[in-house]
Design a protein around this ligand. Sequence first.
Ligand SMILES: Nc1nc2c(c(=O)[nH]1)N[C@H]1C(S)=C(S)[C@@H](COP(=O)(O)OP(=O)(O)OC[C@H]3O[C@@H](n4cnc5c(=O)[nH]c(N)nc54)[C@H](O)[C@@H]3O)O[C@H]1N2
Ligand SMILES: Nc1nc2c(c(=O)[nH]1)N[C@H]1C(S)=C(S)[C@@H](COP(=O)(O)OP(=O)(O)OC[C@H]3O[C@@H](n4cnc5c(=O)[nH]c(N)nc54)[C@H](O)[C@@H]3O)O[C@H]1N2
Ligand code: SF4
Ligand SMILES: [Mo]
Length: 867
Amino acid sequence: MSKQLQALEVNRRGALKVGIGALASLAVGETILLHPGEAAAQPARPPRRPNVRGTPKVPHNYKRARKITSVCLNCSTVCGIVGYVDNGKLIKIGGNPEDPNNGKMLCAKGQAGVVISTYPERLLYPLKRVGRRGQGTWRRITWEEAYADIAKRVRACIDAGHPEHVAIHIGRSRLADIMGRFLNAIGSPVLLNHRALCSLNKRAANYATIGDVDWESVDAERCKYLLNFGSNFYEAHQGAIHFLKRVIKGRYDNGCKLVTFDVRLSNTAGRSDEWHAPFPGTEGAVALALANTIVADGNFDRDFMTTWTNTTVDALSAFLKPYTPEWAEKLSGISAGDIRRIARAFIRERPRCAAFTNRGSHAHYNGFNNDRAVILLNALAGSINQPGGYCYAESAEIPDHLFPMPAPVPAAPKIRTDLEDPPEWPLANRWQKMRVGQIVYAYLKQKRARLQVYFTYTLASPTTWPEGRSLAVEVLRDEKLIPFHVCSDVVYSETAHYADLILPDATYLERWGLDARNNYELRTYATLRQPLVPPPAECVNFADVLIQVGKRLGPEVSRYFDFRNYEDFVRLRCRQLPKGDSADGFAYMKRHGVYHNTSEPRSYDLFKRPLTKAQLDGSRTDPQTGIISKRNARGVEEAIGITMNAQALRGFKTPSRKFEVHSQTVAQAAARVKIDDDGWPHYVPIPAHQNLPEDRFILTTFKWNVHTQGRTAPQKYLTEIVHDNPMWINAATARRLGIRTGDTVEVTTYRPRGRTFDPTGQRIGSARIRAFVTEGIHPRVFAVSNSLGHLFGGRSAAARRGPRAEGPGFDPKILSEDADLTTNLWWSQADGGKGAGFNVNAILPIQPAPITGMQAWFDTVCSIRKV
Ligand SMILES: Nc1nc2c(c(=O)[nH]1)N[C@H]1C(S)=C(S)[C@@H](COP(=O)(O)OP(=O)(O)OC[C@H]3O[C@@H](n4cnc5c(=O)[nH]c(N)nc54)[C@H](O)[C@@H]3O)O[C@H]1N2
Ligand SMILES: Nc1nc2c(c(=O)[nH]1)N[C@H]1C(S)=C(S)[C@@H](COP(=O)(O)OP(=O)(O)OC[C@H]3O[C@@H](n4cnc5c(=O)[nH]c(N)nc54)[C@H](O)[C@@H]3O)O[C@H]1N2
Ligand code: SF4
Ligand SMILES: [Mo]
């Protein structure tokens, strides 16, 4: 008898309810056993013939519907949306024409998001674990019990003098304002995030060179030549729709050329004028060779290079000398002829040309320097913040001066811990708190840090993190390492399964929040997320949970939470906003969904803007460097500009106030961890890729256009489109190994080498997966997508049809059953379908890149065997 069944037997004498039928009547205080596991989740009844009719179609009346603005969060692009609500039901999601980034345009995921507030897999009530962790037994409790329990445990940490034993671990949160407030109020610095899994190297490269922002807004509409190093913006990319629509316009209007470097024929590569597949992680070598050609030819923006960078042309030329196209060809496989041709075609369009990156270039051991080398190409083209060039707005965040935090504002705690600031990666938190989230479970296991209360929010670590189903699950299961785990989620996910308390969240269609990202119109803007429909049953925005807990932590904490709820907090943040055509700033945001200062000039030439008299008041100028500095509000002397030709200008927000080709900040950080680095963006060979034997390959991953990370698989329309992810193998390689499409292969992965975590080169594990043979991938690379292979999270996610939800809290009085999910899940293996796909993350190693800590996702060495 399984342990789960034993527990069931023991409990049967008590008040335990079992199975689907009981869910609807589960009352407060009652206990239920759920069946999240593989075996238990088979349909209770024998398979029926699929009901091809599915959910009956109801004609919608869009004209009659009320239109409410809000912000999508089916991915981190955060497009402005308009919800059409008729009779209390959300019937359609369209783009918000007032949003400067996406306007009326949305992607498939944004439109398909309409299902998420009513799909029957939603969590509906707070649940408390009974029995062992991971056993799946839960008791429905009241919110009051939940708040009291959390507050008691947080209070105990504060009283013990260890507020840092409380951590919040987030994926895509968009609740930074209230989370920061909560942790600051209790005195814990431990806000862990996913940035090192996502975009750390790219952001760090922008900070190190330009300084002002972490995210560029390429002015694609006016551009004539785009060099894309590893972004799949036709399908993914943060800000995909925003950028893509401008690229398409630029290509039609200006005949803009698009050249893509991707190891795989992505939809972006396929739609480019040229696709080149470099050997993984050699993007920096290609970029340096392009720069070498440009400098050798002498055709570049000499004025920008001499005036605005922290190097001389001679010094740059000397640095670039060894990085010839022939040298890069040997590493990357891109021919020297192509490199010279592309360099000349690119620079011919200066300054209306831009070179940019994304994960294909930066999610590597050497990704930080790869990206710095790519950004350098824009300096040579003189395209930094020029029309049609590599631009950025003043900020890519919600502007604090327009949306100030309600007073009193708690100060940030002074303590640091290895968990959120591991000393091995000194640049992770240098410019913003990017953390090294993938190391957290390893450090907990090694007892380098202790936790008492661990909150998870929009975090699918068992599915989306390296060593997810292995190390992450091992630590999440361990009640000694994580004594109390509170999970806020919308479905019964693999993270929720290992929680002690599950808090049903309001989805992004049901909650408040301010949001923003980089504005491609290069001006100040912010958006408001507001509920299109109310949350079902007892779902509560996690922001409100934090407020409610804060109110219960005694007067020294509760004084920071002196507002009714998060809506009130957001209202307070809008209090200084111009009221425009509405009663006040908040009403303006509710009506328009967007604040966009169109009277402001676009931020072209931002670095050349003169400092104002007010800015110059009380400043001093260093006679040698011309750097102008001033004491900031905290009394710290801070550079604010630079004197250039007797003018006080803003410059770049770097230590030299110039575009930094080489960086003292980098050199110093490297020295701290005993890495020899002179601060120039050298090409760093990936240790594990050196002398790679013929039978070893690189296992990489990618994202689909209709899925986002671990969050879209429960959404049936998206999973209908993509639910299967066989491994891409190059046709020539497959021929050599005797592999055909549909064959099952066994992939074995190996740990990294070099300056990273556990760099032993040892075997990690093996997994079996089906092959997809294609010309569209580099011969030494295999690729498996993420987003699929769920064990939990509802029927479409797990491809297991059957009656009603497997998730807790299903209540037909609140959410109606979906006939499609009961009988028409045609990708269910029970109906001869392909199943839910494959999760590759268990065998991908934790691999923070040196100095920065970015997860080197795309470097994994593997071997393969046909089975
Ligand atoms: N193999 C592979 N792995 C990858 C990647 C890859 O390309 N390949 N990409 C990496 C990248 S770039 C990133 S950013 C990370 C992302 O990985 P995570 O940061 O873990 O993010 P998600 O997968 O989006 O997290 C989804 C979780 O949030 C829950 N959720 C969804 N909506 C809500 C909500 O409204 N409220 C609450 N409380 N929970 C919600 C979902 O049910 C799920 O449990 O994954 C990384 N992992
Ligand atoms: N549809 C969709 N949109 C998304 C997301 C999503 O999950 N789905 N997630 C959002 C998030 S959090 C992020 S971080 C962004 C990510 O946006 P992107 O970085 O654009 O997407 P990825 O798929 O992570 O990686 C980009 C490309 O890198 C390629 N690649 C893999 N290895 C290498 C390599 O060694 N060299 C080169 N040159 N290319 C390589 C892959 O084939 C892939 O096409 O997308 C955001 N938008
Ligand atoms: S790109 Fe992302 S934010 Fe925009 S509509 Fe699609 S899913 Fe929503
Ligand atoms: Mo990401």
